[in-house]
Write a protein that binds this ligand. Structure first.
Ligand code: ATP
Ligand code: MG
Length: 465
């Protein structure tokens, strides 16, 4: 498909600093996109708007992905119609957003997002060194909030490859920013002055890395250059937005590559400061553990298996835990309460950077807590652990730790065997445990009666937030 696209469309390989004022128009013979490749709902939304006299195009990631022969995640439409005008055209449309309105047109489970052409504020071309002041608390630039022309809409987008407009009626692609050239050369290139565009919205640095990993593209030299110096601007991005971005970075099937790029561009430390410290202190262990967690995640996604942010965050932060536990112990706390306090503090700190919702911090702590419980298998404990809804995640996490070289005295293998063993074999396995497997030498009876008071869904006090 790419071959066909580029055979018919030849541009010399050179730096293209200035966006064009009139778009390059690629006719249906000059590109490989066919209207039948698109979601029919996206096509019908565009055609309906055009019928009503508005300009409308399919735009952004879906055009990019289709040109690359990838399945688009979703479809965006850009139009000259205002949100109210869009809503008036559809029965199944809802206006969303308060400051900047978008329209969601619903077709069963598919949602086509329709946005009115937007402009960057004209002042944006001035020499002001830092545009942070013009952003609101959600991290979006306020001057983005102005309707504009198609041309304006192309210029305010982030990367050239994300600024292609496809008209399914004429089957033409409108390219204002040499986006097709950059797709051809597999380049992520910011539209406009890179430093200024990152300052306007530092999340664009993460998006550059995300698309580079997802598409296996390179970040163009001038777009790559300022990133490491500007990486700390991420500290000014609201933590909830960063959480959303991290989910996209690590749960899109290319987490390992993304991690490498984040490290390469100094973007990992502002996102995960404690993990970055642990990586520096113990690169071999922390690097292996995180990398193995990410390759597992990529594999599970490739196999269509579910993945949870809780496991991912538990893994990303785990290497930072021992140093924290030691700090708390140095203040005089015994090991287990020290571990609990350190876990709590570490998660709290991380949430200041990337607001992890409670529905994920709870299971994170349960996965960690499970690491303390898995060695204690005497009596009925092993069977009770097996029934714990968090057992599988805890067991997988144990295997992950072992894969990074943590010494657990064969605990992972024991649990693997135990799960597969018959009842009588299980009894033998429990009898075969030596007293050191009992755990920390705490009085057995009291602990067990405490455990019985908790329901199977409840975690030990250690993991209660
Ligand atoms: P994908 O959905 O595959 O992650 P996408 O390119 O569709 O990729 P979205 O986040 O869905 O990404 O955004 C849709 C479009 O909106 C982008 O293609 C881009 O044109 C524009 N856009 C998104 N975020 C920004 C941003 N921070 N700055 C400028 N333009 C943006
Ligand atoms: Mg998208």
């Amino acid at each position: 498909m790419l071959k066909k696209l580029f055979q018919s469309f030849r541009l010399p390989l050179r730096r293209l600093p200035h966006p064009r004022r009139t778009p390059e128009i690629l006719s249906s013979r000059q590109h490989s996109l066919h209207r039948n490749d698109l979601s029919r709902h996206a096509v019908s939304v565009v055609e309906r708007l055009q019928h009503a006299g508005y300009e409308a195009y399919v735009v952004g990631g879906c055009v990019r992905d289709l040109l690359l022969d990838l399945e688009p995640k979703d479809y965006d439409v850009a139009t000259s119609a205002t949100p109210e005008q869009v809503r008036a055209e559809f029965r199944n449309a809802r206006v969303i957003g308060r400051r900047f309105k978008l329209v969601h047109v619903h077709f069963g489970r598919e949602i086509i997002e329709v946005a009115t052409f937007r402009a960057n504020h004209p002042e944006e071309d001035d020499d002001e060194p830092n545009h942070l002041a013009s952003r609101n608390e959600s991290g979006r630039i306020l001057r983005d909030n102005i309707y504009g022309t198609l041309e304006d809409d192309a210029q305010r987008r982030d990367f050239t490859i994300n600024a292609l407009y496809y008209d399914p009626s004429s089957e033409r692609i409108l390219d204002h920013t040499h986006g097709v050239h950059d797709i051809r050369n597999r380049l992520i290139r910011l539209i406009g002055d890179p430093e200024q565009r990152y300052q306007e919205d530092p999340v664009r640095m993460l998006r550059a890395v995300r698309f580079a990993a997802k598409l296996d593209f390179e970040i163009e030299k001038h777009s790559a250059e300022p990133i490491a110096d500007l990486a700390d601007l991420l500290n000014d991005v609201p933590s909830a937005r960063l959480f959303d971005e991290i989910i996209k970075l690590f749960l899109s099937g290319k987490a390992e590559r993304t991690f490498d790029l984040l490290l390469e561009y100094d973007l990992f430390a502002p996102l995960f400061p404690a993990s970055a410290d642990a990586l520096e202190d113990n690169p071999e262990y922390a690097g292996t553990l995180i990398r193995n967690a990410l390759t597992n995640t990529d594999l599970r996604i490739a196999q269509g298996k579910p993945v949870t942010p809780a496991f991912l965050f538990a893994a990303l932060l785990w290497p930072a835990l021992p140093a924290r536990v030691a700090e708390v112990q140095a203040r005089g706390l015994p090991p287990i309460p020290a571990m609990q306090e350190a876990a709590h503090d570490l998660i709290w700190e991380q949430c200041q950077r990337t607001a992890i919702p409670k529905r994920f911090t709870m299971p994170m702590r349960e996965i960690w807590d499970m690491q303390e419980r898995l060695p204690r298998r005497q009596g009925r404990r092993a069977d009770q652990l097996l029934e714990n809804p968090r057992f599988r995640a805890g067991y997988d996490f144990l295997l992950l730790r072992e894969s990074a070289g943590e010494e657990t005295d064969g605990l992972g293998e024991w649990w693997t065997d135990y799960q597969e063993a018959s009842d009588s074999d299980r009894r033998n396995m429990i009898r075969g445990l030596s007293s050191k497997d009992e755990g920390n030498g705490a009085p057995r009876k009291r602990r067990r009666s405490n455990r019985r008071k908790r329901g199977p869904n409840e975690s030990a006090p250690a993991s209660a937030d």
